[in-house]
Design a protein around this ligand. Structure first.
Ligand code: PHE
Length: 462
């Protein structure tokens, strides 16, 4: 991808695009964030709400982003400027969103490297007390040099290297077999987790649908999670679709990417929640399910350490394809719109992202930092890291998505958008009238309600 920014190349194949878009979508959001939210928001009730949000609003916004990108063949900000120059400031907001997401994304990405190494060198220590191992990485026992500094730096360094050298084409090729491998491994681990003794309660929790557990917060969390997981609301999908040729069917692409991303989230949910019930490992912070709880599954299978290693390697890979897509958006904007030099921009952006990101990990369990945050007046969030996630998932991404739907529905117009979506009538779009209503009325109204409710109702993140 990065290499083609300069010469405006196009995706070599349909699969290349789907894999790149899915590579951006499938990441820590699905495996690290999703299960915790499903667990906290009532299991089955959350699953139904989440699927509804993806089906109605996620697909609507994704098609809107694809259409803008392919129509203009430009990066997110350039694209919006071309269609209506008055609104290019929204691009700046997307850049801010990307910055904040990357701050914590690189920290958690670093944790995946820590766990790859842990499963190679000291799996017995992880198995002995998975929660203690995880919390130690977060700094309960002293400054977390590895968890907050060394491994996040390696993760961010790799992301920046790939972006600045334009070797992302290689990543696209790698995705062709690593993505399917992740899919297969997740299904295998999900089956194992669901068949652990005691896991059936967890399965029942995930399948039990009790409408009375759905409240405003369930919708807030589900929508924010859907945008984060589908990479919507900050122009990433606009940029990716700008490399697509007119022959591609945007409508089926939207369906495929949304179904793939949601399946991965569901597999992760049905892998982790039953494991929580079976093993009783609930580390309670920092999204520890994907790290501590899973040790209980790996411990229980023959060759589990190898599977653990493979799992974190694939999670690392899924995370880096997503972090590349976020950093690329930011860098492309600064280079193409502000005339900055590419390598310098990458270095400076990385330094700032890293410096702020450290506090994400430090705020989890390292008392000197956690203590400062705690001592602040009127604190809404027990952890600074939650505040970062709140800003992106509850405010900035929904706002970006809101703007995208208003822009397509009201400013650029649904007729133009549908014309582009169907490649000037080449492809059938039976649901076009429904999509027009969704993009014009339903999605913006729902997103706006949710942003406002998020501001005034509870400020929790899960
Ligand atoms: N969708 C990615 C994930 O689930 C994260 C992401 C968010 C990527 C926003 C791009 C834009 O991990």
């Amino acid at each position: 991808m990065a290499a083609s920014i300069e010469n405006r190349g196009q995706f070599g194949s349909k699969l290349g695009f789907i894999l790149s878009a899915a590579g951006s979508a499938v990441g820590l959001g699905n495996i690290w964030k999703f299960p915790g939210k499903a667990y906290n928001c009532g299991g089955g009730a959350f699953l139904i709400t989440y699927i509804l949000m993806v089906a109605l609003i996620g697909t609507t916004v994704m098609l809107a982003e694809f259409v803008i990108g392919r129509k203009t063949q430009k990066n997110a900000i350039g694209a919006i400027r071309e269609l209506n120059a008055k609104y290019s400031w929204v691009g700046g907001l997307g850049i801010l969103t990307g910055f904040i997401i990357l701050c914590y994304y690189c920290q958690v990405g670093g944790w995946t490297i820590k766990y790859i190494i842990a499963y190679i060198t000291e799996s017995a220590t992880v198995y002995a007390d998975p929660t203690a191992y995880f919390l130690d990485m977060l700094g309960v026992n002293g400054f977390p040099l590895e968890g907050a500094i060394i491994y996040p730096l390696i993760f961010l360094g790799l992301t920046s290297f790939i972006i600045s050298r334009g070797v992302a084409d290689g990543i696209e090729k790698l995705s062709k077999f690593l993505m399917p491998l992740l899919f297969v491994l997740l299904i295998g681990l999900m089956i194992r987790a669901c068949t652990l003794p005691g896991a059936s309660e967890g399965v029942a929790y995930m399948l039990h649908f009790d409408p009375s557990t759905i409240n405003g917060n369930t919708f807030l969390v589900a929508l924010g999670q859907a945008f984060f997981s589908l990479s919507l609301g900050m122009g990433v999908m606009i940029t990716y679709a700008s490399y697509l040729s007119k022959d591609e069917n945007l409508i089926t692409n939207t369906g495929v990417v949304c179904v793939l991303d949601t399946s991965v989230a569901l597999f992760a949910g049905f892998m982790i929640i039953p494991a929580v019930f079976a093993t009783g490992i609930d580390p309670g912070m920092g999204g520890g399910f994907a790290f501590a709880t899973l040790a209980g599954v790996f411990m229980s299978i023959p060759g589990g350490t190898i599977f653990g290693l493979l799992f974190y390697a694939l999670l690392f890979f899924a995370a880096i394809t997503s972090s590349i897509s976020i950093l690329e958006g930011t860098v492309a904007y600064l280079v193409e719109e502000k005339g900055m030099e590419r390598k310098k921009t990458v270095v400076w952006a990385s330094i700032i992202i890293f410096a702020i990101g450290i506090f994400y990990t430090l705020s989890q369990a390292f008392l000197p930092i956690k203590g400062i945050w705690w001592s602040m007046e009127g604190l809404q969030f027990p952890i600074f890291g939650d505040f970062m996630e709140y800003l992106t998932d509850r405010l900035l991404l929904p706002f970006g998505a809101f703007f995208t739907t208003v822009f397509v529905g009201w400013i650029w117009g649904t007729d133009n958008a549908i014309k582009e979506a169907t490649s000037d009538g080449k492809y059938k779009f039976a649901l076009a009238p429904a999509w027009a209503i969704l993009v014009k009325f339903v999605a913006p109204a729902a997103i706006l309600c949710i942003i406002i409710a998020g501001l005034f109702l509870g400020m929790s993140i899960s």
